[in-house]
Design a protein around this ligand. Structure first.
Ligand SMILES: [Zn+2]
Length: 256
C-alpha cells in the first residue's frame, strides 16, 4: 500500500474558497431525496461517453490511476469514488473532498463495504461539526477524528497515514503483517481473502521469472515497470522485485 499525497480539492468542492455559506447550506440541505436516501452523487458519478467530472479526474491523478487500497490500475469507467467514512453513516461527508478516495470496485464494494470506525457510532461528531459550524468553515476536522477519536478501530487512510508505519509486506510468503491495530483492521478488510493471496503468489512467480531470465537487473526492472504501467500494484511488485533480486544476487535461485 503506497502513501498518497492528497491534491488540493477541485474548485467545485473547495469549501474554503468557492462555496459561499448559503450555497454550502443548500448543498447539504439537498442531500436527501423524498425517501430519505442520499441524492445520486451528480458530481461523482461516471457519465459514459461524457465529460469526466473534475472530482474523478483529480482523484485519478492523485493516485496515479490506481486503487489506493489494493493498487490495481483503474480508469474513469471502472473506478469508484470511495467515501472513507461511508456516506450512509456520515451523510455530511458525501461531498467532502477530504473524505473521498479513488478505489477499484472490488475494494470499495466487496472488501471495504460499509466499514466504519465503531468509535464513531452514535457520536454524531462529524454531523455536529458540519451542521452547526458552517459559519466557521470548520468542515471536517479529519486529523482530530482519525487521530484522537477513531484512532484504533479504523482502516488506514493512505492520504492521511503512512501505510508503512502500520503494515509490513512479506514478499517471501506474499502477505502483509500488521504493526498496529489499524494495520490489523486494514489487512482483515482488504488483504485476507484467498484470491488476494493467489494473485500475489502468481505475481511473485512472474517477477521471479523476469529476474531469473533477464540479462541484468535494469532490464528486469524495466519489465516490472512496464507491468506496473499496465496493471498497477506498484507497491507489491517492487517488493517482489527487491526480494527476488536479492535472492539471485546471493545465489539462492537458479535458472528455473
Ligand atoms: Zn482495490
Amino acid at each position: 500500500m503506497n502513501k498518497i499525497h492528497r491534491l488540493p480539492p477541485p474548485a467545485c468542492l473547495d469549501n474554503q474558497i468557492q462555496i459561499s455559506k448559503n450555497k454550502k447550506i443548500q448543498f447539504y440541505e439537498n442531500l436527501w431525496d423524498n425517501n430519505g436516501k442520499i441524492q445520486p452523487r451528480w458530481n461523482t458519478t461516471c457519465k459514459k461517453g461524457g465529460k469526466v467530472s473534475k472530482i474523478r479526474q483529480t482523484l485519478l491523478e492523485m493516485s496515479n490511476e490506481a486503487c489506493v487500497y489494493c493498487g490495481i490500475k483503474i480508469d474513469n469507467t471502472d473506478m469508484d469514488v470511495d467515501h472513507f467514512l461511508p456516506s450512509s453513516q456520515f451523510p455530511y461527508l458525501a461531498y467532502c473532498w477530504d473524505n473521498l478516495l479513488p478505489s477499484c470496485k472490488r475494494c470499495n464494494q466487496n472488501s471495504k463495504s460499509s466499514f466504519f470506525p465503531k468509535s464513531l457510532t452514535g457520536t454524531k461528531i462529524v454531523e455536529n461539526i458540519l451542521s452547526e459550524k458552517f459559519q466557521y468553515d470548520l468542515i471536517y476536522d479529519k486529523a482530530h477524528i482519525l487521530k484522537f477519536i477513531a484512532k484504533n478501530d479504523r482502516l488506514i487512510e493512505p492520504t492521511f497515514d503512512n501505510p508503512e508505519e502500520h503494515l509490513e509486506f512479506n514478499p517471501e510468503f506474499y502477505f502483509y503483517e500488521s504493526k498496529t491495530k489499524i494495520g490489523d483492521f486494514t489487512i482483515r478488510q482488504f488483504f485476507s481473502q484467498k484470491e488476494v493471496a493467489e494473485d500475489w503468489e502468481g505475481l511473485s512467480k512472474f517477477i521471479k521469472s523476469l529476474i531469473v531470465n533477464s540479462q541484468d537487473e535494469q532490464a528486469a526492472l524495466n519489465m516490472v515497470k512496464s507491468y506496473i504501467q499496465l496493471q498497477g500494484k506498484e507497491y507489491v511488485c517492487l517488493k517482489f522485485y527487491q526480494y527476488w533480486l536479492k535472492e539471485k544476487q546471493e545465489g539462492r535461485i537458479d535458472r528455473a
